[in-house]
Design a protein around this ligand. Structure first.
Ligand code: NDP
Ligand code: GDR
Length: 368
């Protein structure tokens, strides 16, 4: 496809005069955290829409890249690390993206107590480094604001920023009270994104996303731990599943739906932050009950409470008020909690049933 008048292919050369949001064929996205759950869905959806998709990948031999290549072949890779400012500048210079999605993070909440400083560096300061890379490469300064065709930036903010909430459901105006080093780091990332928008006029937005899950979810998170656990027990590979706090309540949705919301936020006229969730809550106990029943099991015969999985400070209840996203983005979740858990249980039963030596690899998050 050529642009009228200038005759250049938009995917090879930037053509700012003829760029438009309605023309996804001309757009290029850079995703940090592309080897994670959300990165995979986002990359797939952007490729389907004709984007050129680049993933920032850390390490000299990142084992997750093979999985990514196997499932999503058309992604292009550039190396970089959210801990390394120079590598992010090089990546932005090389890719010349129209959109940057910053999904990279230490995202497992318990890990953030074990490695609090690293979590602050990756999950918090990493956001600042990515914003700085965009600012420097775009030549933006207090005296030189970005032009109309600036790089659009999405930050993966989290409902964990709400933490200990006194009002429910939570919306874009609910005060933050994070309860973990992860939540504190995300809150820094959220505010620095807002600050770059206000200081430099950058198109920088945060999606405050509530828990979202899928068959690609890491095995350390409670939904996947439960669906893998139920599948293992069903197939005779285990007899028990050890869990922490069954009373915690969450607003769980499907990751594919949430990846679509990220794109919608970058398609708006004005940069704004949005809460994304279903507005419905279930407890961990409800999750366990539904998953085990789906697998034809009684959870009370198998689940063992184990203090090793309780947290120094818990987030008891999170429930989204996604009214703004519904009204301004036209976003609605498509997959219910019941459909989500059924999808995950069936996927894990297939995964473990198909595996030649399932006992060697049941909890590997490398299985998509
Ligand atoms: P995952 O844990 O599945 O993926 C995290 C990604 O971050 C991986 O690709 C990992 O890459 C990458 N990463 C880790 N450290 C670095 C680093 N130093 N430099 C660059 N990349 C790094 O997370 P999800 O896909 O579930 O979540 C995506 C984002 O959304 C995260 O920021 C998370 O905190 C946030 N979020 C998630 C929610 C959810 O319910 N899933 C809800 C709200 C927010 P590697 O292959 O190198 O390990
Ligand atoms: P969360 O997700 O901390 O909300 O963060 P997780 O699935 O880890 O925990 C949800 C709730 O389940 C309780 N729980 C257990 N959790 C785990 N992981 N393992 C257990 O054995 C267990 N037993 C009970 C937890 O105490 C908690 O209350 C996720 C991550 O994706 C973050 O990156 C993201 O920002 C938030 O969701 C929104």
């Amino acid at each position: 496809m050529f642009h009228t008048g200038c005759g250049i292919r938009p995917r090879q050369v930037r053509c700012p005069t003829h760029f438009s949001q309605e023309d996804p064929l001309s757009r290029r996205a850079l995703i940090t955290g592309i080897t994670g759950q959300d990165g995979s869905y986002l990359a797939e959806q952007l490729l389907e829409r004709g984007y050129e998709v680049w993933g920032l990948v850390r390490g000299q031999a990142n084992p997750h890249v093979a999985r990514l290549r196997k499932h999503i072949g058309d992604v292009q890779i550039t190396t970089g690390d959210l801990l390394d400012q120079g590598s992010l500048i090089s990546a932005v210079e090389r890719v010349q993206p129209d959109e940057v999605y910053n999904l990279g993070a230490i995202s497992y909440v318990p890990m953030s107590w074990q490695q609090a400083e690293l979590t602050a560096e990756v999950t918090g300061m990493g956001v600042l480094r990515m914003l700085e890379a965009i600012r420097v490469v775009s030549g933006i300064s207090p005296s030189r604001t970005p032009g109309r065709e600036q790089i659009r930036f999405y930050q993966a903010s989290s409902s964990e920023m709400f933490g200990m909430v006194r009002e429910t459901p939570q919306n874009e105006r609910t005060p933050f009270h994070p309860r973990s080093p992860y939540g504190v780091a995300k809150t820094y990332g959220h505010y620095i994104t807002q600050n770059y928008r206000e200081s430099y006029g950058m198109f920088a937005v945060s999606g405050i996303l509530f828990n979202h899950e899928s068959p690609r979810r890491g095995a350390e998170f409670v939904t996947r731990k439960v669906t893998l656990g139920a599948a293992r027990i069903k197939l005779g590979l285990a007899t028990e599943l050890r869990l922490g706090n069954l009373e915690a309540r969450r607003d769980w949705g499907f990751a594919g739906d949430y990846a679509r919301a990220m794109q919608l936020m970058l398609e708006q006229e004005r940069p704004e932050d949005y809460v994304i969730g279903t507005g419905k809550i279930q407890s961990v106990r409800d999750l366990v009950d539904f998953a085990f029943t789906s697998a034809g099991l009684n959870w009370q015969d198998h689940v063992v409470l184990d203090d090793r999985y309780t947290r120094p400070a818990e987030v008891d209840l999170l429930c989204a008020d996604p009214k703004k996203a519904r009204e301004e983005l036209g976003w609605e979740p498509q997959v219910s909690f019941e459909q989500l858990v059924t999808m995950m249980v069936e996927s894990d039963l297939r995964l473990l049933g198909d595996s030649a030596r399932p006992e060697d690899e049941p909890f590997s998050p490398d299985h998509w």
